[in-house]
Ligand binder design. Sequence first.
Ligand code: ATP
Ligand code: ZN
Length: 292
Amino acid sequence: MFTSNTVLRVAVQKSGRLSEKSLDIISKCGIDFNKGSRVLKAKADNFPIEFLYLRDDDIPGYVYDGIADIGIVGKNEMDEKAYPVEIVRDLGFSRCRLSIAVPNSFDYKSLADLEGKQIATSYPTILKSCLKEQGVSAGVHEISGSVEIAPSLGLTDAICDLVSTGSTLISNGLKEVDVLYRSSAVMITRKDLGETSPEKQQILDRLLMRVDAVMRARHYKYIMFNLPSAKVSEVGNIIPGTKSPTVTPLLEAGWSSIQTVVQEDDFWDVFEALKGIGAQGILVTGIEQMTL
Ligand code: ATP
Ligand code: ZN
């Protein structure tokens, strides 16, 4: 099928919070590869891509240098490293926020309360730019891990760290008081990929078409139910946006079976409205891929 030997090099996190979901989205794109063996470099079986398994901190730099063609990394890591790479898709998973947290006893009202104070963080670039933007001058201590223990050690007055649930903060006697930045996993590429390699750009475009289908499917559910045939014409008003649902007559006279897709956000409203017009046996399943 492929006439050239060109492969697109995809940098993903070797092991950590992003790894599983990064590989998951690629395998949902119908791309086969050995998920278990995360040796540094591995080729996919049925699509011209090759994986580079790296520390997430190294991904933006490798993409910028052209060692990898694309990468999946937290937006926080991309902005922290500040390489001029391009986001081609926000993949929406691994959502987290970069927040200021202070000891419970600290009476915090705004970032200005950190004037002249010390803040520990693994994200000095992003933190410094937020402080500068708000005209606050504070000491920034870069720590690579376990930032949350800095105040109890007496090292700093506050921290600036990634938070998803906040439980780590609570167990360290800290409270989250300000959200500086929000992040999720993004797919990045170097800016001149298309110019330097039209073939790689073509592979990326094919991959993105699949990624879009997978992401679109995430927001939809497939729904099947039985309905008195007399009510079938009302389905279009209840489930907007679908061109026309599939309607199949049931053996029992006067009843039909309906199949269609529903946006996840609308699901409970649709469910109740369908019950209201006499729908029975409502079955709902997830969708793996979806095109428009
Ligand atoms: P590596 O060994 O690859 O350097 P790491 O320890 O730096 O890994 P992880 O903790 O696996 O990184 O986090 C990777 C990314 O996951 C973060 O950069 C961030 O985008 C995202 N993330 C989501 N929720 C959280 C959270 N609660 N804490 C930290 N990172 C989170
Ligand atoms: Zn890291």
